[in-house]
Write a protein that binds this ligand. Structure first.
Ligand code: PMP
Length: 425
């Protein structure tokens, strides 16, 4: 794989190929394609893997392992048998893991809002402090993280991603100096979009670095914890344990969900953290809800059975997804090779391929693709405020279309990358 950090050196010959590339592009447009690589949604074939959920728990089956009637109110922390399965998968004690409703993004949002309104354990409300509240945003990153900050008026400061996660030295320097830095977004496993995995060393640094703000939090969004694309099941660093060992037990809030395990938007979500943070979150949660959807939680627990059941289920996803990712990287390599017009990631898991094109041309590539009927995520989406200062990064999401469409779309994207590069040469 190539690294997006590598400088692109455009082949000087490329400008001479402009007429030929324009012809290629015109032929592409004439095909009248209509393809979409914008969002990391599971395909219908993947959703079919969880079809049995639609008939679970089944009429007459509404009692949890502990004997509670899941049809009724209560059980704020979530169904114990489901929490047990995911506590094992996420490597956290079951008492420190809440199972909640259909979206982990909502748990993240609630944590930030609660921190703003009430403060986190041991801190003042973030909104009551003078001056701005700042979050560090590793880039390229997940647009919805940035959108939460933007909506709540939280200032965003970018830090570069590396193949081992956020640039820990850059992060450590910023948090040491500036007490307004209250948080950092981090997708530790198969990050959206660059697929990187936080190394043990980076995790240790992040949980142990001195912070000017005593109430600094790491939003450890483990959305792709079990979403492997190879037989090697990468284990993410256990940030909660490491933070505890480092004497900062309350620093990490971990999130996960089954959005890309079962049904996107109709799965279950999880929050794991220190006992103090879990008590803090639950306390405020108790005003917001009388309890989560335990019927859906029971259905999920019955469907999976145990942690091994989740792993086996994810292997079926892998069988569908891996050929699509292989097609993306194969076609990019075949078409762009070492022309110096792009670098791209070759992830071992997750939902995205991150491509860096010739600086200044990402928005042109997306425009060219759009005019040829291939929808791509808007250039800049992987940066706060949608502004990529180098106008170079493009996020590709190959999960949704069938394999043959991914192939057609990627060939078209390669043509657009080449044409935009030749135009700019
Ligand atoms: N975090 C990341 C990094 C994601 O990529 C996604 C889905 N695109 C989510 C969170 C959303 O998760 P959920 O459906 O549980 O809200």
């Amino acid at each position: 794989s190539t690294s997006p950090e590598q400088a692109t050196v455009v082949d000087p010959e490329l400008a001479t190929r402009l007429p030929e590339l324009r012809e290629q592009y015109a032929a592409l447009q004439a095909r009248g394609l209509s393809l979409d690589l914008t969002r990391g949604k599971p395909s219908a074939e993947q959703l079919d893997l969880s079809e049995p959920l639609l008939s679970l728990p089944g009429e007459g089956n509404h009692t949890s392992a502990a004997g509670t009637d899941v049809r009724n109110y209560g059980g704020l922390t979530g169904l114990p048998e489901l929490r047990e399965i995911f506590a094992e998968l996420l490597g956290v004690p079951v008492e420190q893991l809440l199972a909640q409703d259909n979206a982990s993004l909502r748990l993240m949002y609630d944590c930030v809002v609660q921190a703003m309104l009430f403060g986190v354990p041991g801190g003042e409300p973030w909104s009551a402090t003078d001056g701005p509240i700042t979050f560090l945003c590793p880039v390229p990153g997940y647009d919805r993280h940035f959108a939460i900050c933007e909506e709540l008026g939280i200032r965003m400061v970018t830090v570069p991603m590396t193949p081992d996660g956020p640039d820990a030295e850059a992060v450590a320097e910023l948090v040491a100096e500036d007490p307004s830095v209250k948080g950092i977004w981090c997708v530790p496993t198969y990050a959206n979009p660059d697929g990187s995995v936080v190394s043990e060393a980076v995790a240790r640094r992040l949980v142990s670095m001195p912070t000017a703000a005593p109430d600094f939090r790491i939003f450890w969004d483990n959305a792709y914890a079990v979403h492997h694309l190879t037989e090697h099941e990468t284990k993410s660093a256990n940030a909660i344990d490491l933070a505890d060992e480092a004497g900062n037990p309350d620093r990490v809030l971990m999130f996960a969900s089954t959005s890309k395990v079962t049904f996107a938007g109709a799965g279950v979500s999880f929050l794991a953290s220190s006992p103090a943070n879990i008590a803090w979150f639950s306390e405020h949660l108790s005003f917001r809800s009388i309890g989560p959807d335990k019927v859906n939680q029971l259905r999920h627990a019955l469907f999976f059975g145990d942690a091994a059941g989740v792993r086996a289920h994810m292997a079926k996803h892998r069988a569908i997804l891996a050929p699509k990712f292989a097609a993306v990287t194969r076609i990019l390599a075949e078409r762009l090779g070492d022309l110096g017009v792009a670098t791209w990631t070759d992830p071992d898991g997750g939902y995205f391929v991150s491509v860096d094109v010739v600086p200044g041309t990402a928005s042109r590539v997306v425009e060219l693709a759009g005019e040829a009927g291939i929808k791509l995520t808007p250039a800049g989406a992987t940066f706060p405020y949608g502004e990529d200062p180098r106008n170079a990064n493009i996020r590709l999401a190959p999960s949704m279309p069938p394999l043959d469409e991914v192939e057609v779309a990627m060939d078209a994207v390669a043509t657009c990358i080449l044409l935009a590069a030749a135009e700019s040469a």
